[in-house]
Write a protein that binds this ligand. Structure first.
Ligand SMILES: Nc1nc2c([nH]c(=O)n2[C@H]2C[C@H](O)[C@@H](COP(=O)(O)OP(=O)(O)OP(=O)(O)O)O2)c(=O)[nH]1
Length: 152
């Protein structure tokens, strides 16, 4: 059993995502300055989803609506190191304005478009495959809007 971490891929809109909210860690020293998905450890007695809501409230002061999961290769999600794995969900802010209250010293909304700024940031290396999976789940350039789909 690996230590369970949860993270949020907060986007501007779950239906039509164009920007991702990324957070820069302020600690511990070996991770400080690296970008990540806000989130943290699941506590005893908590579900992963409950932990994600709690962490985002504590760290960024926001309430979330969760979208689909960015599924990783394992039952516990994406391997982070030998001891931990992270499950990640798309999410949208429903209340509050993201503020670096704890664990982070910078927050940014970055463009998700191909060739955009997301990959240029110094991410925690374990997060790179998650970013690739996230991108593959985005609607393509010719994707139909939900309205068009309904009319078809
Ligand atoms: N939140 C988060 N943690 C990540 C990511 N990628 C990654 O390798 N990690 C690692 C860093 C940490 O070792 C661990 C998460 O621990 P954390 O320090 O954020 O958890 P927490 O908020 O519950 O912290 P604490 O109670 O120990 O202070 O997972 C990511 O994208 N987001």
């Amino acid at each position: 059993m690996l230590l369970q971490i949860v993270g949020a891929a907060v986007v501007d809109s779950l239906e039509l995502p164009t920007r991702l909210l990324v957070a820069r860690r302020s600690s511990p020293p070996q991770l400080a300055g690296l970008w990540e998905f806000p989130g943290g450890k699941v506590e005893a007695g908590e579900s992963c989803e409950e932990a994600l809501h709690r962490e985002l409230d504590e760290e960024l002061g926001v309430a979330l609506r969760l979208g689909g999961e960015i599924e990783g290769p394992g039952e516990q999600g994406w391997p982070l190191n030998g001891r931990a794995a992270m499950r990640v969900w798309f999410a949208e802010v429903t209340d509050g304005r993201p503020t670096a209250l704890q664990d982070h010293d910078d927050l940014r909304w970055v463009d998700l478009a191909e060739g955009g700024a997301v990959e240029d940031l110094p991410w925690i290396p374990a997060d790179r495959p998650i970013l690739t999976a996230l991108r593959s789940l985005l609607p393509g350039p010719g994707a139909e809007s939900p309205d068009q789909k309904r009319e078809a």
